[in-house]
Design a protein around this ligand. Sequence first.
Ligand SMILES: Nc1ncnc2c1ncn2[C@@H]1O[C@H](COP(=O)(O)OP(=O)(O)O)[C@@H](O)[C@H]1O
Ligand SMILES: [Mg+2]
Length: 143
Amino acid sequence: MFLVENVRKVYRIKERGSWFSRQWKEVEAVSGLSFAMQPGSIVGLLGVNGAGKTTTIKMCCTLLEPTSGSITVDGYDAVRCDRQVKALVNMIAGGERMLYWRLTGRENLQYFGSLYGLSGSRLAERVDTLLDLVELRETAMSA
Ligand SMILES: Nc1ncnc2c1ncn2[C@@H]1O[C@H](COP(=O)(O)OP(=O)(O)O)[C@@H](O)[C@H]1O
Ligand SMILES: [Mg+2]
């Protein structure tokens, strides 16, 4: 289960100042967000551009640390236990290249499966199961 409790994220960005002064600007991307995601549920995070969706998802995946508040995944704190959380979550960002385009679909699955410690027949079975699930077993070798 994902538990997001009173999470706040402030980006601190350097602004162009004069040559003797360094100016910082703070952008509050997420302000006091709390929610829980139950195992097996499908959840949509909706909001206008700049609402903080990407920032929230990156914090849930340990790619960013919250400024304050806490995120736990199956009881593991996303900051203190980021290795355990990384093993539990995955992320595919829409509109960005998250796959290796020189590899076929099957090869991509084999590669990412091996990063999660799968190998041999367990890996092969898992790849086939996923390709069958999305009905892409026939095309996975060529694309
Ligand atoms: N790396 C960054 N540095 C500074 N400000 C950022 C950064 N990423 C996002 N922001 C700002 O944080 C706010 C939330 O952005 P974002 O999480 O990308 O929202 P969404 O995905 O909902 O469009 C916006 O004001 C955006 O300009
Ligand atoms: Mg976004």
